[in-house]
Design a protein around this ligand. Structure first.
Ligand SMILES: [Zn+2]
Length: 304
């Protein structure tokens, strides 16, 4: 497999309207809404790279654009050209071996946040401490991001009752109570209080696991016995704008990079306790660009 699935759209004639801003008359406008207003690094570097066309990956020789999904290295752009993101929690992605690498959006996370993201190929799954890790996966028993932390505390509470931990739970509950109105707070005093809170709190969550595969393959990974006892988190209110949306699946089934982004945004707003200011928007740096290019191509072909 030497080509990205989006090949047919990545040619110069598709290069107009490659930013996330959209024409109101565009039939795809609704589908683009979730990506409006993101704080993104300039896409100019991607536009320029796209104009040059595909290049050979210096490591494997594969024909690639922007990055090599096999070697996880940049192609035609440099590290200085792309945003690098620091995440508030480590992310592991378990990839299905049959998932075509060129179609996966997991690689976007690894390239844009290389220090915080690790990709494993199933059946390789690290040996996790189950009370410090959550699995983002929908289904019965899955909890919201808001409830996740309390579930982790409850789980560790049942194993340990030391004083410092009990203190953390109280603090979390108190701040959750304020959560609904935190945007109304005086900005200065709010920021100060939130900073103190984030410094003194110790959260049990160390790592968040995502599964990267088609939703049919995902069943095999999610039912693996090594992933059974995790707290599962569901991102119920988000809708995908993935151009490879799977037939017969609801639009709340997200592309991997969307799931990571929305999880982190919720996590930040709930537990980092400062206003979200677009810190992780650049996780969608490639995704929003490709989304825009492909939707523009579909619209001009009258298929949207
Ligand atoms: Zn390569």
């Amino acid at each position: 497999m030497s080509s990205l699935d989006q090949d047919q759209c990545l040619h110069p004639s598709c290069r107009d309207k490659t930013t996330v801003s959209s024409d109101p008359s565009d039939a795809c406008d609704l589908a683009k809404q979730p990506l409006q207003g993101l704080k993104l690094a300039s896409h100019e570097v991607l536009e320029n790279a796209q104009q040059k066309g595909r290049l050979k990956c210096t490591k494997c020789g594969g024909s690639r654009m922007f990055f090599c999904y096999t070697c996880c290295s940049l192609v035609g752009v440099t590290l200085q050209d792309i945003p690098l993101i620091k995440l508030p929690v480590k992310i592991d992605i378990i990839k299905h071996p049959n998932e075509t690498d060129g179609k996966s959006t997991a690689i976007h996370a690894k390239i844009l946040a290389p220090n915080d993201v690790t990709i494993y190929t199933y059946p390789c799954i690290p040996d996790y401490e189950k009370d410090k890790v959550v699995l983002v996966f929908p289904g019965p028993g899955a909890v919201s991001v808001r409830d996740m932390m309390q579930c982790l505390y409850d789980r560790t509470d049942s194993q340990s009752h030391d004083y410092s931990h009990g203190h953390s739970v109280k603090r979390l509950k108190r701040e959750e109570g304020q959560g609904a109105t935190h945007t109304d707070k005086n900005p200065e005093s709010g920021t100060q209080g939130e900073k103190e809170g984030s410094e003194s709190r110790v959260y049990p969550l160390q790592r968040v696991v995502f599964i990267d595969s088609t939703w049919n393959q995902t069943n095999k990974i999610s039912t693996d016995e090594r992933l059974q006892d995790f707290i599962r988190v569901e991102l119920k209110t988000r809708k995908t704008c993935f151009w490879r949306r799977q037939k017969g699946k609801p639009d709340t089934y997200l592309a991997t990079i969307e799931a990571i982004y929305y999880f982190l945004k919720d996590y930040h707003e709930l537990f980092v306790a400062e206003e979200y200011k677009g810190e992780y928007d650049n996780l969608l740096f490639f995704y929003s660009y490709l989304h825009s290019v492909i939707n523009t191509a579909k619209a001009s072909a009258g298929k949207c």
